[in-house]
Ligand binder design. Structure first.
Ligand SMILES: O=C(O)C(=O)[C@H](O)CO
Ligand SMILES: [Mg+2]
Length: 250
């Protein structure tokens, strides 16, 4: 079985932010990801990680957060100044929190200029912080209408054009199933490009087992592929308490 981590922006969301770290550790997780840790000074998140012996796997760029923030500027042709400013800030957070990976969000844009902008911005970020691993993740257009990166084929075309060792694919079973209708097949086709993995059932984005994706098979395929990184649970629990949604961990 893969090593599982908790995305504490979605899991344990019934608790105040700083209480989620202890809850994740008590549930047996040793690693977490946080989509938008920017509402507090990095020091506070750092303390919570340390106090609970947790490793931080991933944060999103850009700030600020879900509520009101744009989902990135990396592919927005007129957004390059904003993109670079955001990346500088995110890198400060990532350094303070020892975040292993930064998910760079593409934003709302379409067409050739957007594609070129995305490629050049990713190259800029990759060259500015060669020690930092960056990821890109296709998001389904039902949740994010107009989001540039909405397909796994497009993601690998972009990665090939970016051609930097520190920019890779973030595979998410929920989005893969929503976009292409078969999360397992998407893994089999594109999994070799993945540097980070997230899971959630589709279409409800609840815990594994609440939709048609066969997670047992998916976990076996992930193991068989040689992927040795973390698999992060990124879903909205169907239960009131997150702990009660964790039966799939076995
Ligand atoms: O929506 C997702 O699946 C993500 O991982 C994004 O990072 C959301 O911000
Ligand atoms: Mg995801």
């Amino acid at each position: 079985m893969p090593r599982f981590a908790a995305n504490i922006s979605l899991l344990f969301a019934e608790l105040p932010y700083l209480d989620r770290f202890q809850a994740a550790a008590a549930a047996g997780f040793e690693a977490v990801e946080i989509l938008y840790p920017y509402e507090l000074a990095a020091k506070e998140t750092q303390r919570a990680l340390l106090a609970n012996g947790l490793q931080l796997l991933l944060i999103n760029a850009p700030p600020p957060n879900y509520t009101g923030g744009m989902p990135g500027y990396a592919a927005v042709p007129e957004g390059t100044d904003r993109f670079q400013r955001d990346i500088r800030r995110v890198l400060r957070y990532a350094e303070a929190l020892k975040a292993g990976k930064i998910h760079v969000m593409a934003g709302y844009a379409k067409g050739e200029a957007a594609r070129q902008t995305f490629i050049e911005n990713l190259q800029w970020a990759a060259d500015r912080a060669p020690e930092q691993q960056f990821t890109i993740e296709p998001l389904n257009s039902g949740d994010q209408p107009g989001y540039f990166l909405d397909d796994y084929n497009l993601a690998v075309e972009v990665l090939d054009a970016v051609d930097r060792p520190n920019v890779g694919l973030q595979y998410d079973a929920y989005h893969a199933q929503m976009i292409h209708g078969d999360a397992l097949k998407v893994w089999e086709t594109f999994g070799s490009r993945a540097v980070h993995v997230q899971i959630g059932a589709a279409p409800g984005r609840c815990e594994p087992g609440t939709g048609p994706v066969d997670f047992q098979k998916l976990f076996e395929a992930i193991d068989a592929s040689g992927y040795t990184g973390w698999v992060s649970a990124e879903y909205t629990p169907s239960t009131r308490r997150t702990e009660d949604s964790l039966g799939w961990l076995g």
